[in-house]
Write a protein that binds this ligand. Structure first.
Ligand SMILES: N[C@@H](CCC(=O)N[C@@H](CS)C(=O)NCC(=O)O)C(=O)O
Length: 208
């Protein structure tokens, strides 16, 4: 059994979507990052940067932090969404999500959604970078069905929950027709819908 310790955020939803996709038995333990649960000593033991998500694989008593590393672990364990012959390409799109797409959109959330009016520089900077990311993903998806090629992979799973925050981004997802097509295709998947509702509260994937 896999225990997913997380807050209900895009990084957490990556893992619940993956667990639904591979049909592993799992349970979610909620970490309340707004009440500093992530800094508790027992959590820091398995998450040295005090970040969610983390998983514990109770079958072999292994714990993992960093959502990209967790996706790779689950993909290798299940043999799904990480084809051996495609790994060079999948890794690039996965690392790009981890190092660029997620952190930049995350900053855009901070300045534009949570703290508007506090820093003109921050708001402008991350708005511009976020628009650029939409354009770059749209361009990639104009000639590739999924991010890493013709198959749905962990790179798509990692990116989807960030684009699912499109209403917060105020960029206008529908202006990006290839990104929209990819988003709508992924939204139709039952596992994506179930995993998106990480805490079973009835959370629906935002429509375009
Ligand atoms: N690169 C990390 C980022 C994780 C991350 O930023 N987690 C946030 C929630 S989405 C968090 O735990 N924040 C609490 C804090 O920084 O104190 C991953 O992808 O796992």
């Amino acid at each position: 059994m896999i225990e997913l310790l997380t807050a209900d955020t895009p990084n957490g939803k990556k893992i619940s979507i993956m667990l639904e996709e591979i049909k592993f038995d799992y349970k979610v333990t909620k970490i309340n990052i707004y009440k500093d649960d992530q800094f508790k000593p027992e959590f820091k033991k398995i998450s040295p940067f005090s970040k969610t998500p983390v998983i514990i694989d109770h079958e072999n008593k292994t714990s993992l932090f960093e959502s990209g590393a967790i996706l790779i672990y689950l993909a290798e364990k299940s043999g799904k969404f990480y084809d051996k012959d495609q790994r060079t390409v999948i890794n690039q799109w996965l690392m790009g999500q981890m190092a660029y797409v997620g952190p930049m959109l995350g900053q855009h959330h901070q300045f534009h959604h949570y703290n508007p009016g506090k820093s003109e520089f921050g708001e402008k900077r991350y708005f511009k970078i976020s628009k650029r990311i939409y354009k770059e993903l749209d361009e990639r998806l104009s000639h590739s069905k999924f991010l890493a090629g013709k198959d749905y992979t962990i790179a798509d799973i990692a990116t989807f929950p960030w684009i699912a925050r499109h209403e917060w981004h105020d960029i206008g997802l529908k202006k990006f027709k290839h990104l929209t097509k990819w988003y709508e295709e992924m939204s139709k998947r039952e596992a994506v819908q179930k995993g998106y509702d990480l805490l079973n509260k009835g959370d629906q994937i935002p429509k375009v």
